[in-house]
Design a protein around this ligand. Structure first.
Ligand SMILES: Cc1ncc(COP(=O)(O)O)c(C=O)c1O
Length: 456
C-alpha cells in the first residue's frame, strides 16, 4: 500500500466527479489497466487483493489474457463495434453463440433462454414472463378480449390484471421498479418510490453452522414455508393471486442468508401445488462461485425452476426458462438490444477457462479452506465475529453492528484487501473463480491482524 484509501488521486477524481453526480458510494478510483488477476490497483497505485470483484462480477480475474485475446480476434470485432438489436436483427452467428455457449451451461431441463443487459432488466422481464404465462393460463389459451386490450393501455383491469409476485424479506433482485417491489434488503433503494403492494414472506433466519442447528433451523424453515402457503392462499382469496415467487439461492445483498436444500425443495412443491411460477435468481450466486455452476444444483430439486436468472460473472444478463413460460406473441419480452452479443463472445472465453482449469473444483477446495480459516478466527474472537458461513468461496461473516463492520471493511482496504458489505452487519466475500488457497491465506492473515489491531 502506498497511501490511505482513498488516496490523493482518488480524492482528486472524486472531487471532480462530485461536481457532476452524487459520489457518496464511491470507495476509490481504480486503474483497470494495472489491475491483474485477483488484484485491483487504485488510482494511487495501491494494490489490493480483491474479494469483492466489482460486486461479484469478475469471473476469472482482471485483464485475463483469454479475454484480451477474444477482443483482439478480428472475427469478433464487428460484434463489439455494431451492437445488434438481437430481437429483430440478430447476427448470423447468434444461434451458434447461444447454443455453444449459453445453452451449454443451461440448468438441467431448461432449454429456452432469453438474453438481457443487466441483472435488474433480467428480473424485470422474468417477472413479466411469469405474469404473461399466468394470464395465458387464466384465459385457457384464448386470445385477449378487446376490453383487455384497451383497459391495459390505462393500467386498468381486466387487461392490467391485479396479480402479484411473492418475495422474501432480505431479498435483493435489482433496482428497477418491479425488481425493487420484490427486494427488501435496503431502504435506501426503495424510499420515495411507489412500488407494487405484493406479498412478502419472512425468509428463514437460520443459526450457523447449519449442521449444528438442524432441528431449530428446520422449525424456522417450516415457519417460513407455512407463511408462504398462507400468503398465497390469502392473496388468492382477496382476488390478487400470486403469479410467481422470486428467490435467491443465497440471499446476497440482504445479509448472505442461507436456507437448506430441503427448504428450496419444499418451496418448489408449494409453488407447483398453487400454480405459482418459481424464479430462481442466480445473478449473484451463478457461474461457479459456490463450487457448482449454479448454486441451486446444491438443492437437488426434483425438477428445474420455471425461470433461472443469470448476470454478473456470466458477463451477460438473461434467464433460462421452461417451455411453458415462453411468450407466444412478439414484443412481449423485448427492448432495443435484449442483451449484448459481444458479452457472449467474452463469456465463451470464461466458460473455456472454467473447463480447462477445472475452476469449479478449485472454488470448492478454496472455499472449504477459506471457511475453515474464517471459523478458526471466529473462535478466537467470539464476541466480535459470528456466523461464518459459505458455499464455495461465496462466504460471509457477521459483526456486532454496521459501524463495526464498516470499520473492518475500511481497515482491510488500508491493509490491501477489498471486501464488501452485506445486510446490516455482514461482510461478504466474492472473489473470482481463480482465487486460490494462497490468496485465501493472504486474506486470512490480513483479516486476523485487522481484527487483532481492532481489539488491541
Ligand atoms: C441476486 C441479484 N439479483 C439482481 C441483481 C441486480 O443486478 P444488476 O445490478 O446487474 O441490475 C443483483 C445485483 O446485485 C443481485 O445480486
Amino acid at each position: 500500500m502506498v497511501t490511505e484509501i482513498p488516496g490523493p488521486e482518488s480524492l482528486n477524481q472524486l472531487h471532480q466527479l462530485d461536481q457532476i453526480q452524487n459520489t457518496d458510494a464511491v470507495a476509490f478510483f481504480a486503474d483497470y489497466d494495472k489491475s491483474c488477476g485477483n488484484y485491483i490497483v487504485d488510482a494511487d497505485d495501491n494494490v489490493m487483493l480483491d474479494l469483492f470483484t466489482q460486486m461479484a462480477s469478475i469471473p476469472i480475474g482482471y485483464n485475463h489474457p483469454k479475454l484480451t485475446e477474444a477482443i483482439s480476434k478480428k472475427e469478433n470485432w464487428s460484434t463489439f463495434i455494431n451492437r445488434p438489436s438481437l430481437g429483430i436483427f440478430p447476427p448470423d452467428n447468434w444461434n451458434q453463440l447461444l447454443k455453444e455457449d449459453l445453452l451449454s451451461v443451461a440448468p438441467l431441463g431448461m432449454k429456452q433462454v432469453q438474453t438481457m443487459s443487466c441483472g435488474s432488466c433480467t428480473i424485470e422481464n422474468g417477472l413479466k414472463a411469469m405474469f404473461i404465462a399466468h394470464e395465458r393460463r387464466r384465459r385457457g389459451g384464448a386470445p385477449p378480449t378487446p376490453e383487455e386490450m384497451s383497459s391495459c393501455m390505462c393500467n386498468l383491469p381486466p387487461g392490467s390484471a391485479d396479480i402479484t409476485i411473492l418475495s422474501f424479506t432480505g431479498a435483493s433482485h435489482g433496482w428497477t421498479l418491479g425488481a425493487l417491489a420484490a427486494s427488501h434488503a435496503n431502504w435506501m433503494q426503495k424510499l420515495d418510490l411507489r412500488t407494487m403492494k405484493w406479498p412478502v414472506a419472512t425468509f428463514p433466519s437460520l443459526k450457523y453452522p447449519l449442521e449444528e442447528y438442524e432441528t431449530e433451523n428446520r422449525m424456522e424453515e417450516e415457519r417460513s414455508l407455512s407463511e408462504v402457503a398462507d400468503k398465497i392462499e390469502q392473496y388468492k382469496k382477496n382476488g390478487r393471486p400470486v403469479a410467481g415467487c422470486c428467490i435467491e439461492p443465497v440471499q446476497s445483498a440482504g445479509g448472505d442468508n442461507h436456507a437448506s436444500p430441503w427448504f428450496f425443495r419444499e418451496l418448489q412443491k408449494i409453488c407447483k401445488h398453487n400454480s405459482v411460477a418459481l424464479l430462481m435468481d442466480e445473478i449473484q450466486t451463478g457461474c461457479g462461485s459456490t463450487g457448482k455452476f449454479w448454486a441451486h444444483e446444491h438443492f437437488e430439486l426434483p425438477e428445474p425452476p420455471d425461470l433461472m436468472a443469470f448476470g454478473k460473472k456470466m458477463l451477460a444478463g438473461g434467464f433460462y426458462y421452461r417451455e411453458e413460460m415462453r411468450p407466444l406473441e412478439p414484443f412481449r419480452i423485448f427492448n432495443t438490444w435484449v442483451g449484448d452479443s459481444s458479452k457472449i463472445v467474452l463469456l465463451r472465453a470464461v466458460l473455456d477457462m472454467i473447463k480447462e482449469d477445472n475452476l469449479l473444483a478449485l472454488v470448492s477446495d478454496t472455499g472449504t479452506h477459506l471457511l475453515k480459516g474464517l471459523r478458526d478466527i471466529e473462535r478466537k474472537y467470539p464476541c466480535y465475529i459470528s456466523n461464518a458461513r459459505g458455499l464455495g468461496t461465496l462466504c460471509a461473516l457477521d459483526f456486532p453492528n454496521n459501524t463495526e463492520r464498516d470499520k473492518i471493511i475500511h481497515g482491510l482496504r488500508n491493509r490491501g484487501v477489498n471486501t464488501g458489505p452485506s445486510g446490516d452487519r455482514s461482510i461478504r466475500l466474492r472473489p473470482s473463480l481463480t482465487f486460490t488457497k494462497s490468496h485465501a491465506d493472504i486474506f486470512l492473515e490480513i483479516f486476523e491482524s485487522t481484527i487483532e489491531n481492532k481489539m488491541a
